[in-house]
Design a protein around this ligand. Structure first.
Ligand SMILES: Cc1cc2nc3c(=O)[nH]c(=O)nc-3n(C[C@H](O)[C@H](O)[C@H](O)COP(=O)(O)OP(=O)(O)OC[C@H]3O[C@@H](n4cnc5c(N)ncnc54)[C@H](O)[C@@H]3O)c2cc1C
Ligand SMILES: NC(=O)c1ccc[n+]([C@@H]2O[C@H](COP(=O)([O-])OP(=O)(O)OC[C@H]3O[C@@H](n4cnc5c(N)ncnc54)[C@H](OP(=O)(O)O)[C@@H]3O)[C@@H](O)[C@H]2O)c1
Length: 464
């Protein structure tokens, strides 16, 4: 059979795979037949925001965990595509932490620039993937969500780009069932406006907890309490935000913490992370991993050790995002077309073990960023994806961490230079803390007159 590649998901990872094949085609190379299945009506993955939560209009679990007011939580300079820059897309400098709609626009612009939409079957969910040892083919069974029709088709290779921040990890806490207020996982959180004047509790000490808590403070929550399991985030929180250890038990609206403190809450948000979950794959092929930067069983972080014709993109925990997915997709493309070769099983294990050894020695956040930078460098060196200054991106990440440490409420007002073009980001017309309109239109508008008042309001908040 001639090569046929199924790409599951048209989020940033799936789009990267399509672009990788497209870029080879543009240089005159023969590429396999490719079909991308995307269960939503549009591409962009998490960035294709959905106001719904729970079940979507087709009866499928809603994929996106994003919320209306989400802004990038890392500098855009760290995720910039090496071969499609922000300068090229927007034509002028923009700030370093754009809102969600602006980032979707960038992803979409880059994807639209190449002729890849024709490969995507939208509103088509992959229900099951089987591997037949005798034919060495994958049978991919899909459902067209608009017609309800199912179909099966054979492929030589499968690329999984379905992300791993969609299926919530929902732990049990003693007595939580008695909590009478609003109770949800971060996956279903869509906006903090309704928390104005309320006391809210966030369980978790990572990015979702941090940002949803800060959003709630911005929208006027009376108090924000974080509950951590391993370690507090430790920022210099403004008055009204506090970190406490793990919950011992709930009694109605009262949470009892392990240090003996008890407090009443109006709402609880479980910011307890997500599960690697691939309901369309049998257990031998589905990646089983905690959320970390080097999931075991993936050679060079992409090729399944159990079946070298099955690949995962973006399966790692993510400091780097879009440009890492590119590096992975370019490498997977070359593995599929035979431009790059995969070593024998024993050598794959030696390589995985060597990376795992280094992964297990990681002690600090900086180690982890450097680890991921080296991982990406290793991939790019195997391909023709443009190499970029990964050490400079690492420095940008460290500057970002430092800015957050200095002031968690204002770090999004900071700006950094582009690693790809050298262009300095523009200071945004309105400080993040006082910007209540997160639309693309408002973001791209020339300085609105009320920004002067916004600045004054932010200064007041900073001095609290
Ligand atoms: C709340 C939140 C905020 C984030 N903020 C940032 C940020 O500020 N900056 C940053 O760089 N990164 C951020 N991320 C990380 C995010 O994971 C990446 O930016 C990126 O979206 C990952 O791309 P992906 O394509 O791997 O997965 P996703 O974006 O999750 O896309 C997966 C796609 O697969 C489709 N799909 C899933 N299952 C099936 C199926 N069975 N059949 C067909 N299609 C399927 C989905 O519909 C979706 O379109 C955030 C993540 C979350 C959850
Ligand atoms: N742009 C943005 O502003 C934004 C906002 C939200 C999320 N995101 C992205 O979304 C992704 C996921 O982030 P995330 O914070 O949801 O997940 P995460 O980084 O995996 O963190 C999960 C958190 O849940 C805690 N946890 C897990 N089980 C627990 C339990 N039983 N009891 C108490 N705590 C428990 C963990 O604690 P331990 O530390 O003890 O393990 C950890 O703090 C990241 O890529 C992030 O960048 C971005």
């Amino acid at each position: 059979m001639t090569q046929r590649v199924a790409i599951i998901g048209a989020g940033p990872s799936g789009i990267a795979q399509l672009r990788a094949f497209d870029s080879a085609k543009k240089t005159g190379q023969d590429i396999p037949e490719i079909v991308c299945f995307e269960k939503q009506d549009d591409w962009g993955g998490q960035w294709n925001y959905n106001w719904r939560s729970g079940i979507d209009k087709y009866g499928e679990p809603v994929h996106s965990s994003m919320y209306r007011n989400l802004w990038s939580n890392g500098p855009k300079e760290a995720l910039e595509f090496a071969e499609y820059t922000f300068d090229e897309h927007f034509g002028r400098p923009i700030s370093s932490y754009p809102p969600r709609a602006v980032l979707w626009d960038y992803i979409n612009g880059r994807a639209e620039k190449s002729d890849i939409k024709k490969y995507v079957r939208f509103a088509t969910v992959v229900r099951w993937v089987d591997y037949n040892e005798s034919t060495e083919l994958f049978t991919v069974t899909t459902e067209d969500l608009k017609t309800g029709k199912t179909a099966s088709s054979d492929f030589t290779h499968v690329v999984v780009g379905t992300g791993h921040f969609s299926f919530p990890n929902v732990p049990e806490f003693a007595g939580i069932g008695t909590f009478p207020g609003e109770l949800m996982h971060a996956h279903d959180f869509r906006g903090a406006e309704r928390f104005a004047g309320k006391d809210i509790l966030l369980i978790g000490a990572s990015y979702s907890a941090e940002d949803i808590g800060v959003q709630s403070f911005k929208m006027g929550a009376r108090s924000v309490t974080y509950s951590y399991r391993t370690a507090p985030m430790g920022f210099d929180w403004p008055q009204g935000i506090e970190e406490l250890p793990l919950i011992d038990r709930f009694e109605g609206s009262t949470a009892h913490f392990s240090n003996g403190v008890s407090r009443k809450f109006d709402a609880v948000i479980l910011c307890t992370g997500y599960l690697h979950h691939y309901p369309f794959l049998p257990s031998g092929l589905a990646l089983d991993s905690p959320n970390n930067v080097y999931p075991d069983t993936l050679y060079r972080g992409v090729a399944s050790e159990n079946n070298n014709k099955l690949y995962y993109l973006g399966a790692q925990d993510q400091w780097f995002t879009f440009n890492m997915f590119d590096a992975q997709a370019w490498y997977v493309r070359d593995l599929i077309t035979g431009k790059a070769s995969i070593p024998a099983a024993g050598d794959q294990r030696i390589s995985i073990d060597a990376w795992l050894k280094r992964f297990n020695a990681i002690e600090t956040a900086e180690d982890e960023v450097k680890f991921q930078a080296d991982y990406i460098r290793d991939l790019i060196e195997q391909t023709d994806y443009p190499m970029f200054d990964l050490d400079e991106v690492t420095r940008t990440f460290m500057a970002w961490k430092n800015d957050k440490k200095k002031n968690i409420m204002t770090y999004r007002d900071k700006v950094y230079p582009s690693v790809m073009t050298g262009t300095m980001a523009a200071t945004h017309h309105t400080p993040w803390l006082s910007e209540l309109d997160d639309s693309l239109e408002r973001y791209m508008a020339p300085v609105p007159s009320e920004s002067v008042e916004d600045l004054a309001a932010t200064e007041k908040a900073k001095s609290k």
